[in-house]
Every structure is written in C-alpha cells, then in structure tokens.
Design a protein around this ligand. Structure first.
Ligand SMILES: [Zn+2]
Length: 187
C-alpha cells in the first residue's frame, strides 16, 4: 500500500504556528479538522486547526485537558449542520527549554491521548528560538521546518499502527506546498 500523506491547508498550518507561539514556553494543544483517506485519496487533508484554551494544567512538557472545555466545543460542533469536516486528530507543541531541544516524537502520554480521544493523526509542532535563519521547506524524513521571525518551527505528523496488540507511532510525510511557498516568501 502506498504511504499515506498529510496535506495541510494554509490556515490550518498558520493556526498551529500562532497557537504554539502564543503560549511558548508552555505547550499548546488543539484539534484538527479535515478528511480521512479513502480508496481514491491516499491522504489526510487538514482544513482547520483550533487550539483548546480551557486546560487544567499547562506546562512546558505536558498539558492536561479539561473535560468541560472539550464538552463545550463538542456541543458547538454537533449543532453546526454544515460542519463538513469532522475532527480527525490533534496537534500540540513541544517547546525548547533552556538549551534542551524539544523532543519531536510522540511521548507515551501523547500516544495514550490519541487512543483515548480516537485521534487518527497528531502533529507535533517543535518550537525553538534563536536559531540560524532557515527557509521553510520539506525534509527528507517527511517533516517540514523553517524560521519565522525569531522562532524556528519543526513539524512532524504521526499516526498509530497496531502490532501484536500494542500501538506504535508512525511518521507520515507532510505535504503543504502552498503554505511553504507563502512562508518562504514572508520570512
Ligand atoms: Zn507531546
């Protein structure tokens, strides 16, 4: 089977970057909305990314969701009849701490969250400061990264695969040509 890819629309990507910057040096967390792969389309398409702001705990390495916040966003999603794109996953940031690089993989807690909330994909937004300026682009491993202002971002998309009853994370290549072109021009 061909490798699935993750297509990110421009505003969905920008929303993830805005959310990550707003609360750096702590983590942001949010939902992703879009469409899942079908027999004809071998990709996830993310059309929007919305941050969750009502949290129990917000730390550098961990955020804890508040059930009431999730229930309230679900209420709204359920009453919008034309909300064409379902929630298909989530995103959250991993932020540099002092000289310590942020991990760009899913932690065991992240994997458990994906299982608990039935998230098909999760995007990690790595946030670092004071790097050499790097033009936005796609890396060989399928991640995308680049500098905007004083921040350097590195994004990885993950899904879960099951093997012998255990869930493991698998990196999916990100495709976002329009967003990358825009970010390259403006940074
Ligand atoms: Zn995490």
């Amino acid at each position: 089977m061909a490798m699935l890819t993750v297509h990110i629309d421009k505003w969905a990507l920008f929303n993830m970057l805005f959310s990550a910057i707003e609360v750096a040096k702590t983590e942001c967390i949010g939902w992703l909305f879009g469409s899942a792969p079908t027999s004809l389309c071998k990709y996830y398409r993310i059309v929007n990314a919305i941050p969750l702001q009502f949290l129990k705990v917000r730390r550098n390495s961990e955020v804890e969701l508040h059930d009431r916040g999730i229930a309230q966003t679900d209420n709204l999603i359920n009453v919008l009849p034309t909300f064409k794109y379902p929630r298909i996953g989530g995103f959250h940031s991993h932020v540099e701490w002092g000289n310590t690089q942020p991990p760009l993989h899913l932690s065991n807690t992240d994997i458990q969250f994906m299982i608990d909330w039935d998230k098909k994909i999760e995007i990690i937004v790595g946030v670092m400061k004071n790097r050499k300026h790097i033009l936005w682009g796609r890396q060989k491993d399928g991640s995308i990264c680049g500098s905007s202002g004083k921040y350097f971002f590195h994004l990885y998309a993950y899904t879960l695969v099951e093997s012998e009853g255990e869930q493991y994370s698998l990196t999916l290549p990100i495709v976002a040509p329009a967003s990358l072109r825009f970010l390259r021009k403006s940074s």
